[in-house]
Design a protein around this ligand. Sequence first.
Ligand code: HPA
Length: 266
Amino acid sequence: MNKTTEFIKKKTENFKPEIGIILGSGLGELADEYCDYAISYNDIPNFIKSTVQGHKGRLVFAEIMGKKIVMMQGRNHFYEGHSMGEITYPVKVMKALGIKTLILTNAAGAVNENFKPADLMLITDHINNMGANPLIGPNDNTLGERFPDMTEVYKKSLIELAKTCALKLGIAVQEGVYWANSGPSYETPAEIKMIRKLGGDAVGMSTVPEAIVANYCGLNVLGISCITNAASSESGSKLSHQEVIEAADIAKNKFKSLILDIIKHI
Ligand code: HPA
């Protein structure tokens, strides 16, 4: 960790971020528009490179709306074969750099029948169905407890703030429970029916490991899903990664406006 943070501090002339943002599939544009320093994951000691289409794989530092921000432009996923520890390492790094708040974003499939592509959903809670937990293994007591509480992973006050910002901007937002599967296969129609019955509103392949680690180490978390498709082939048509990227592209402007206003008011 020291090696990682020392490297980053040197490259960024000791930039001290207060807010971290992980930008999901198709949502990385914010880091193209605001960029004071950028470091490729490949260059950072102990980071893993990002391999998914629609992701860039850089850590971007910028002052936005008067706040010091660190953005992950692209993330590493469990389905790429990385361990839970590896994919959540950047959260610990951002915590070590000084962030207090982490905004997690992703592309997700709609499970709730009221949701449609390009909707934004504020994550109220999650269900971890990835079959693993990022906190398995020896516990570092300096970071958090062995058995951390998870009753309010997504901070209510941040959800309220996001709703106030959305209302003011005239952006409609949904709220709901994010269900995480390991992927990389999308869900079958039977799986979607099950997720709906068990309380999921949107389904994806990320975010939950990062949210668990962030909550564990005392960060305030806000989660925003960009609904990119009706999950599985319930509609009869097949689902592709291209469709996911295209829907995120349609939503990206309202996503950016919302994020900027949230940053301003945190
Ligand atoms: N399922 C899982 N992950 C996803 C989906 C989906 O339908 N859309 C975007 N990410």
